[in-house]
Design a binder for this molecule. Structure first.
Ligand SMILES: [Zn+2]
Length: 141
């Protein structure tokens, strides 16, 4: 079951809700592309919960074009260091990332909190497997 962030007011919906309980926006009007763009913007939302949920949904929906914004956010820590945001973004990169994410996480892993480091190892593994599979496919073609 999909969980939404309202693209109009950024309220985080409960699982299963079809309309925003704050502004009434009907989630069936979300086209995939628009919604991806909103989620990518929400990574830099000042409300911690919105940023966290956006990163989580990006990972769950595997929105690959979010890769650069996620890396940028980790690079700048969104202006402040927050280990929970850090961890969910590192997790999301594990779900969607490719070479660029792998390089970034490998080069910077000592800059993150101890808890994040374990997730980095996990994400590096997932990215490596995915990139290897992709190369396998293109060789097979
Ligand atoms: Zn709303």
């Amino acid at each position: 079951m999909m969980r939404y962030i309202c693209p109009v007011c950024f309220k985080i919906a409960e699982i299963g809700e079809e309309k925003c309980s704050n502004c009434g926006y009907d989630f069936k009007n979300i086209s995939d592309d628009d919604y991806s763009e909103k989620l990518i913007k929400a990574i830099n939302h000042p409300d911690y919960n919105v940023a966290y949920m956006a990163a989580k949904i990006i990972g769950e929906l595997k929105i690959k074009k979010a890769e650069k914004v996620l890396i940028e956010h980790l690079r700048n820590n969104g202006g402040k260091k927050d280990p929970y945001i850090e961890q969910i973004i590192v997790w999301a990169l594990g779900e969607i990332g490719e070479e660029e994410s792998h390089r970034f996480l490998l080069e910077n892993k000592d800059k993150f909190s101890v808890l994040t480091k374990n997730i980095i190892e996990n994400s590096l593994e997932k990215i490596k497997t995915r990139v290897a599979n992709k190369e396998g496919e293109s060789i097979g073609k």
